[in-house]
Design a protein around this ligand. Structure first.
Ligand code: UDP
Length: 321
């Protein structure tokens, strides 16, 4: 099979490209390097069946050509990272909506299977834990720019489902929950690489707010395993599927665990949200995935636990340094 990965030089895209090449597929990727990097795909260059284009998914003629050549599209290109989203909401909205519209339009014309990367952000402030795919989505006011990300991804989902119903597009919508691992950068806000990096450098670990807010982390190899299981799974088409974990941890507790496992001498400091992001910033109190649907479609199970995620991510960050 020939696979197109948009956003393929990013953290998730580059791991996916590697796994697909390993499986014997041919992989083309497109990335504008806004948050991805050439370093992520260096090891893939020169491998048989691998090609890449540095350009934007908003280049419609190019996307038409790339989609035409492939059998399956993984649409991962998006503005990511809460910090980036708060700082650049215009870019977030237009990349996430226009980029996806172009991708879905090209794929609909040619009836190419699309796997759309969505996010647990779409659940917003919902307090029904764990989050189920058919739960209501609860967003804050439009003056709070964080919600532009959730809303733009929700629009992507609406459009994908509409293309499925009206045009027969074979599409699978995956909501990724706090995926972590090597090559994820802390530059755009992600807590895992930020806190581990701080611990390794001996800096204070910055816990935002009280640190009582929870997240459920999933290691990159488990995400890739889930995507490969979903590939070719006919029951997945036209569905929204959570890919994550239901094992919640409070961010304050995560920071303590990171200090312990990395044997760091760093201290933990609390930073108010308005200093970390912007005045009036709203965070989610809790987030955990209900993965019943994924399990029953594919038999998926999680293989990497939190301590191991910390150890592996820290080891790869040490190597990079
Ligand atoms: N966070 C933190 N310190 C940091 C970066 C993030 O305490 O240096 C918090 C953030 O406020 C949120 C959680 O960690 O409550 C997860 O943040 P991230 O940006 O990784 O993901 P998301 O909020 O999208 O789940």
């Amino acid at each position: 099979m020939r696979i197109l990965i948009t956003g393929g030089a990013g953290f998730i895209g580059s791991h996916l490209a590697e796994a697909l090449l390993e499986r014997g597929d041919e992989v083309d990727l497109i990335d504008d390097l806004s948050t991805g990097s050439m370093a992520n795909i260096d090891r893939l260059k020169g491998r048989r069946g691998f090609g890449y284009v540095i350009d934007t998914v908003m280049n419609a003629p190019l996307m038409a050509e790339l989609v035409d050549r492939c059998d399956v599209v993984y649409h991962l290109a998006a503005a990511v990272g809460v910090r980036l989203i708060v700082e650049s909401p215009v870019r977030t909205i237009s990349t996430n909506i226009r980029g996806t519209e172009i991708c879905l339009e090209m794929a609909s014309k040619k009836r190419k299977r699309v796997v759309l990367a969505s996010t647990s952000e779409v659940y917003g402030k919902s307090d029904r834990i764990p989050f189920r795919e058919d739960d209501d989505l609860v967003f804050g006011a439009t003056v709070k720019s964080r919600w532009s990300y959730a809303c733009s991804k929700a629009i992507d989902e609406f459009l994908a489902l509409a293309c499925h119903r009206e045009r027969g597009l074979p599409v699978v919508i995956c909501r990724f929950f706090n995926i972590v691992g090597p090559r994820q950068t802390g530059r755009y806000g992600m807590v895992f690489p930020r806190l581990i990096g701080q611990a390794l450098r001996g800096e204070d670990l910055t816990v935002y707010g009280t640190g009582g807010q929870t997240r459920s982390f999933l290691y990159i190899s488990d995400l890739i395993a889930a995507l490969l299981l979903l590939d070719g799974c006919p029951g997945a088409e036209g569905k929204v599927i959570n890919i994550g974990s239901d094992d919640e941890i409070a961010i304050g507790a995560l920071a303590r665990r990171i200090v312990e496992i990395t044997e760091s001498r760093s201290r933990i400091t609390h930073v108010p949200y308005e200093r970390a992001y912007e005045e009036g910033f709203e965070d989610m109190g809790r987030r955990a995935a209900d993965i019943t649907r994924l399990r029953s479609l594919t038999g998926f199970s999680i293989s990497v636990g939190l301590d191991e995620m910390i150890r592996r991510t820290a080891a790869s960050m040490r190597e990079d340094r």
